[in-house]
Design a protein around this ligand. Structure first.
Ligand code: DGJ
Length: 705
């Protein structure tokens, strides 16, 4: 059994290699006791810590590591929960009622000392994944209260050490940039206020004090939420470090009526002694096994027509591209933006989800049949949450958008956001998209979202205005979830102008993510590196396009995209027969290595920020019999490399790499390396890869009998 209860007031959640312990201290507070390597016996874990008296300025509650802090007394740390009671009291005194274990889940119940407010803290252990999932449920059994902050979890670090925070930040066409930064006393906040999880920051973190990619303790976590979120990494003046993560409390208020309850999104946390690489692999396995709706189903090689035809789509233009895509070996043809009523540019049509009669006089079926006859599935682009003022939908329902009645409605890309907090809006979208999917043989939807929120008003919602942040996302989940249920074979891609909505929440609905509108292969190495910290390769849609084709070879561009779910988005009509033939060879090679790339384990052997001109990534198949190495050299040797800042390694030298993840005793052969050596030899003595300026290579690693 993975959860032990000691003395009815101390709990140890064990996973295969880790443990998380919490208990009630002598003052009656629920405090954190341990998060680290699993110890031999349940009695090995430290006692629930008590506070040490400091001075009249700071109370005990400030000092101990609470599992879920309310604010009361002389306590000034970040709270997990802030409420305002009906009588105006804003002081929360949470007392432990008790804990109950059911299978892999522990629920500890807290209750306010005076008001009938209960908080259930849920902890679920994922033994094989070495992860703990946490969420809170707030029950109000009294007069209406207002929730002003309601986080999912507070993660306490071992005391007395200095930590470094790893986080992802960026912007449109520059998502998932990995940063590592020492924490010092104070609160460092990462958040989204944009109604999506956003391009700008991702709800993921890792903490370490001296870890590397392969060694050292790392504590990490991610929030399963696709709207506004907040991470507060706090170091107290008394040497305690903790990370609080949950719904953003910025502009948030939730009225919890008598008898109502509020459930937070889930927050996942994990610990490893094997560095950042192992932390990522644990998250990846968890996502594949517990989050993705289609589990480990392989993804098809797609062709997407957006960069070739933009809004100028019709049966003829798409059929020509489809023929070339099929010749190249694509398995799925996706028609992007421009196919629906009135859509000739980005200033009209969003909301009117039926085929434009001028472009498709006989509807979509002739094109779909053509694509199917070529042996490919057909996929379609939608942007369901949006509406152009120039659309039938907006003319009929101008009140359906997010807005304040007395303010101008800020348009961005000529569009406004439908208020998915409204059930009538949700129902409209379900009906419109359900009809589209029922009437056509569509097996793939790219779900786009091309702006962030402004004037976040919800006229008619009365005193529930500020619930829009959460109810919008719940509405989105309802629409998408209902469509998934009705069309279980459709594969869905989450796109928000690239990677603006990539999180563990959306991946319960979307099978994959369009990672960035930036398809420059060199930029993509950096973006994919950041993305891989949190999410697995089978969710990472990556296209070969014509961006910088004059400077970056087709081989390099394919190799970069083959590290995720391969797609092609270039204008095939402009590719020479030789280029198309080469592309067909890459697609065929990708299909061979697809199981290893999409479902294997990733090892980042040389990352883009490691001071080397090389970037080398290895994918190891599930049974460790095969692996694939992708090696890239971004820049040639000599002065160029020095000028470009790759100083740490002599740029004239080849990449020296030690492989990882192989069976040490088994013997492996590697493309281009004459010898057959043991897995241990390839992992310790390693191999060298020499490449020229912007060259790349795929090496196959195969076990030999
Ligand atoms: C933004 C997406 O990221 C692109 O791939 C494309 O689908 C456009 N929207 C279409 O408007």
């Amino acid at each position: 059994m993975p959860i032990h209860t000691l003395d009815n007031n101390y709990w140890v959640l064990e996973t295969d290699h880790t443990a998380y312990a919490l208990g009630v201290n002598t003052a009656g507070a629920l405090v954190h006791a341990y998060w680290g390597e699993r110890l031999p016996a349940p009695t090995d874990y430290p006692a629930a810590p008590d506070a040490i008296f400091h001075a009249s300025f700071t109370g005990a509650g400030h000092m101990w590591p609470e599992e879920y802090a309310g604010l009361t007394g002389l306590k000034y740390v970040e709270p997990a929960l802030s409420v305002s009671f009906a009588d105006g009291v804003r002081d929360l005194v949470l007392q432990v009622v008790g804990g109950a274990v059911a299978g892999d889940t522990l629920v500890v119940t807290l209750r306010d000392a005076h008001y009938p407010l209960r908080v259930e803290l849920h902890y679920r252990a994922y033994a094989a994944h070495d992860l703990i999932e946490r969420w809170a449920v707030v029950h109000n059994d009294g007069a209406p209260i207002t929730l002003e902050r309601v986080f999912s979890a507070q993660w306490q670090m071992p005391i007395g050490r200095s930590y470094r925070l790893s986080y992802l930040s960026g912007r449109w066409i520059d998502e998932f940039q990995l940063h590592r930064q020492p924490l010092s006393p104070g609160v460092f906040v990462r958040e989204s206020r944009r109604i999506t999880s956003s391009h700008h920051a991702s709800p993921w973190f890792a903490l370490d004090d001296h870890a590397s990619e392969t060694h050292g303790e790392v504590w990490f976590g991610a929030l399963a939420w696709s709207g506004n979120w907040k991470l507060a990494a706090e170091v107290t003046d008394f040497g305690r470090t903790r990370v609080s993560l949950g719904l953003n409390d910025w502009d948030f208020a939730w009225r919890l009526g008598a008898g109502e309850r509020f459930t937070t999104p889930a927050c996942l946390g994990g610990y490893t002694r094997d560095g950042f690489g192992a932390a990522s692999r644990r998250l990846h396995a968890y996502v594949r096994d517990n989050v993705l709706p289609h589990g480990r189903r392989p993804h098809k090689v797609l062709y997407n027509s957006w960069e070739a035809t933009t809004f100028s789509v019709d049966v003829e233009s798409q059929s020509k591209l489809a023929e070339l895509a099929a010749e190249m070996g694509a398995e799925l043809f996706v028609m992007d933006d421009g196919w629906f009523q009135g859509r000739t540019s980005d200033d009209a049509g969003l909301g009117d989800w039926w085929p434009d009669p001028k472009k498709f006089p006989d509807g979509l079926t002739p094109l779909i049949s053509r694509v199917n006859a070529l042996g490919m599935d057909f996929g379609l682009w939608l942007e369901p949450e949006m509406v152009n003022p120039n659309s039938d939908l907006y003319r009929a329902h101008p009140d359906w958008v997010i807005h304040f009645a007395t303010r101008a409605r800020t348009e961005s890309r000529n569009q406004l956001i439908l208020n998915l907090a409204r059930v009538d809006v949700q129902d409209y979208l379900i009906t419109a998209i359900d009809a589209l999917l029922s009437d056509h043989n569509i097996t793939f939807i790219k779900w786009d979202m091309n702006r962030n929120v402004s004037e976040p008003g919800w006229p008619g919602a009365g005193d529930r205005q500020r619930e829009i942040w959460v109810r919008y996302v719940e509405g989105l989940y309802r629409v998408w979830g209902t469509l998934r249920e009705r069309h279980p074979n459709v594969v869905w891609q989450s796109c928000s102008g690239g990677g603006g909505r990539a999180d563990l929440g959306i991946l319960r609905l979307a099978d994959q993510v369009w990672v960035s509108d930036n398809t420059d292969a060199l930029s993509r190495l950096q973006i994919q590196h950041g993305y891989s910290q949190m999410l697995p390769a089978d969710t990472m849609e990556a296209w070969v396009t014509d961006i910088n084709a004059g400077r970056i070879s087709l081989d390099f561009r394919f190799h970069v995209a083959m590290q995720g779910v391969l797609g092609v988005g270039g204008n095939l009509l402009h590719w020479s027969p030789a280029e198309r033939a080469k592309a067909a060879r890459f697609v065929a090679q990708y299909k061979e290595i697809r199981p290893i790339v999409q479902h294997g384990e990733v090892y980042r052997l040389i990352g883009p920020n490691d001071g080397s001109p090389y970037v080398v990534t290895q994918y190891v198949g599930e049974d460790r019999r095969e692996a694939v190495i992708f090696a890239f050299r971004r820049i040639g040797g000599g002065a160029d490399a020095m000028l470009d800042g790759y100083h740490a390694i002599d740029p004239s030298q080849p990449a020296a790499i030690q492989l990882q993840g192989l069976d040490p005793a088994a013997r492996y052969k590697i493309t281009g390396q004459g010898a057959v050596r043991s897995g241990l030899a390839w992992m310790r003595a390693g191999l060298t890869i020499a490449l020229g300026h912007q060259e790349s290579k795929i090496l196959r690693v195969r076990q030999v009998a």
